[in-house]
Design a protein. Structure first.
Length: 277
């Protein structure tokens, strides 16, 4: 094989390698035809732009076909913030979007994304229509634990009598009784918390399309640290019902001992049917 043939073969291998490693990082699916740039707002200041098929499009940036990985937690947090920021900007510009979780990558170039959109068009379109004019909101309801404890004790004769007995005893002698008192209050509190969560959920459901109970909360602002979380919900809300939901939450917030944190609108991460798309 001649020297020229070797150079030609190397060119082919390089082209194949480029094709294999090329990818498109997917942020979300939007309604609307046409392709445009959203600017260098993507991860690591990558240009986020749309690739369309018929009347839907994917917001992406060009990348290598491999996950974003780092041992630097701050860098990963920065990537996730950038990811969410692109989705927020797309939502502001195009309305309801179908958001993807961090690190969704389509293998290939822009044509591969178009092919992906074409194959999933009916499912993407169906989800966009289902979620049209709806957004995700978070609701967290807190209480003043001391007030709630006082209420529990005040309404339970056995606990009142036990508390009075403990107060008359020396601290060391009262230790076991005090522990018993705390456990009983905790048990009643847990039962009460479930009932309150069900009551609040019932009021919220009248004003939302869907509601999900959140068992774990990743972040609670400092201003709520001295309070106890009673219930947390993710809500899918139509834009015409946001005001009425806010009014209901305002009434709960005005009750003595309660505090409500109501945030949004967000892209409907919790309500996109990923099995469908």
């Amino acid at each position: 094989m001649g020297e020229g043939a070797e150079e030609s073969l190397s060119d082919v291998e390089l082209a194949r390698e480029t094709e294999v490693t090329q990818g498109r990082y997917a942020y979300c699916i939007i309604s609307g035809a046409g392709e445009m740039s959203l600017g260098n707002i993507g991860i690591e200041h990558a240009e986020a732009y749309s690739i369309s098929h018929k009347d839907i499009a994917a917001v992406v940036h060009a990348c290598q076909s491999k996950p974003y990985e780092s041992r630097d937690e701050n860098k990963v947090k920065e990537w996730i913030l950038s990811h969410n920021n692109v989705i927020d900007k797309a939502s502001e510009r195009f309305g309801t979007v179908l958001p993807f979780s961090f690190d969704a990558i389509v293998k290939g170039d822009d044509d591969a994304v178009k092919d992906w959109l074409s194959k999933g068009y009916e499912k993407f379109k169906k989800e966009l229509e289902r979620l049209r004019d709806k957004a995700e909101y978070t609701v967290q309801i807190f209480c003043d634990q001391n007030r709630l404890t006082d209420k529990i004790v005040g309404e339970n004769q056995g606990l009142r009598e036990l508390k009075e007995k403990i107060e008359k005893m020396p601290k060391r002698a009262a230790y076991l009784l005090h522990r018993k008192f705390e456990l009983q209050v905790k048990d009643i509190y847990n039962v009460m918390r479930v009932k309150l969560a069900e009551e609040f959920s019932s009021k919220i459901k009248e004003h939302v399309e869907e509601v999900k109970v959140e068992e774990k909360i990743s972040h609670v602002p400092e201003s709520y640290k001295d309070k106890k979380l009673i219930a947390a919900f993710s809500c899918l809300v139509h834009k015409e019902k946001v005001k009425s939901l806010g009014e209901v939450l305002g009434k709960i917030n005005s009750q003595e001992g309660y505090a409500v944190r109501f945030t949004g609108p967000w892209a409907p991460f919790s309500f996109v049917n990923m099995e469908e798309i």
